[in-house]
Write a protein that binds this ligand. Structure first.
Ligand SMILES: C[S@@+](CC[C@H](N)C(=O)[O-])C[C@H]1O[C@@H](n2cnc3c(N)ncnc32)[C@H](O)[C@@H]1O
Length: 317
């Protein structure tokens, strides 16, 4: 079996050898990346967290009511759980209504899993928490072997937007394969809206998104023996309102060679980009097509008051 570090190294080499160059955004989340993302969630331009938090703070009772009509005694999986602050509203509701008393957060960040295992049982007394550190689908398979109870998966925060639409279909099909018929999925989507509002969320004035992107270069330097000079790269975000793709790039400011250990180097010309992250925005029609193509039945949709974000309840049929 290959180690996490070998996989990280292999995928960075693959991305920096491609044309155009890319790095996978799942590697943003080391301890510093987690902290930066939590600061992004609180920054004025990043509306996504506030919208989804409004949904959970005001509608958890209604969401639990819908869930209850399909599942009565179940366990909760938090896929890409992050700080878990929004999930906590619904987890409390499930516990109070005696619907679920077990939560399995899944995250690629070991730091996040450790924090959740420490903090959630203090915040939600009576909830059993067992974290799974690793990648989404591998961990869903592990959880399936670990417990065969009915499940609801939370896939919140528009994490699905980190896949291109064609990849999102494949990913939802893979999730579907890891579920039993009748299991539920609560999945968050950021909706298409005024393009400037979207672009501002990914190019905040404090420069947190820039730091978040550059932090991956720092991580490569530290963990893989890289020698990226952060001052030689700038951050650039763009949003295409037709496709709904919001993309983040790092831009090389000069001719430079970057080494990683003694065996790998990548040459950059001035203005050459590294593709860092996609955050896909959806129309309601596109969400319904995604559900249908990946084998889910749409049971309900919950919106914030501006209708900028939706959490959808799907069922595996
Ligand atoms: C954008 S944050 C959102 C967190 C949370 N869902 C929320 O709404 O606040 C994405 C989270 O997913 C995790 N993540 C990203 N890619 C992952 C992958 N391939 N497998 C497991 N976790 C992943 C990250 O570590 C991070 O905690």
């Amino acid at each position: 079996m290959i180690s996490t570090n070998q996989r990280f190294y292999g995928e960075v080499v693959e991305g920096l050898s491609a044309t155009p160059k890319y790095l996978q955004s799942k590697y943003f989340y080391d301890k510093n990346g987690d902290d930066l993302f939590q600061r992004i969630m609180r920054c004025p331009e990043y509306y996504l967290t506030r919208c989804e938090e409004e949904i959970f703070s005001l509608q958890s009772h209604d969401i639990a009511g819908s869930v209850k009509s399909y599942l009565k005694d179940f366990e909760v999986i938090g896929l890409g759980a992050g700080d878990g602050s929004k999930s906590a509203y619904l987890l409390k509701e499930f516990l109070n209504q005696k619907l679920a008393d077990t939560y399995y957060p899944v995250d690629i960040s070991a730091n996040i899993i450790q924090l959740l295992e420490e903090n959630i049982p203090k915040d939600i007394v009576g909830l059993k928490v067992k974290g799974f550190h690793g990648e989404y689908i591998e961990m869903l398979r592990n959880i399936r072997q670990f417990s065969n109870k009915r499940k609801i998966i939370f896939f919140l925060g528009s994490n699905v937007g980190n896949y291109r639409p064609d990849q999102a279909i494949r990913f939802c099909c893979e999730m579907h394969e890891c579920m039993n018929a009748g299991d539920l999925l609560l999945i968050g989507f950021d909706l298409k809206k005024n393009p400037q509002v979207i672009l501002d969320a990914y190019s905040d004035k404090q420069g947190l998104t820039k730091d978040f992107n550059l932090n991956l270069l720092t991580r490569i330097n530290r963990e893989l023996g890289g020698n990226f000079k952060l001052g030689n790269f700038d951050h650039y975000a763009m949003y295409d309102p037709v496709s709904g793709a919001c993309k983040s790039f790092l831009v090389s400011l000069k001719n430079q060679q970057v080494k990683m250990g003694s065996d790998f180097s990548a040459d950059f010309s001035p203005n050459e980009i590294i593709q860092m992250e996609i955050s896909q925005k959806y129309s309601i029609e596109a969400i319904d097509v995604l559900a249908e193509r990946s084998g889910f039945k749409v049971l309900g949709k919950f919106y914030d008051s501006k209708k900028w974000f939706t959490d959808c309840l799907w069922q595996k049929v």
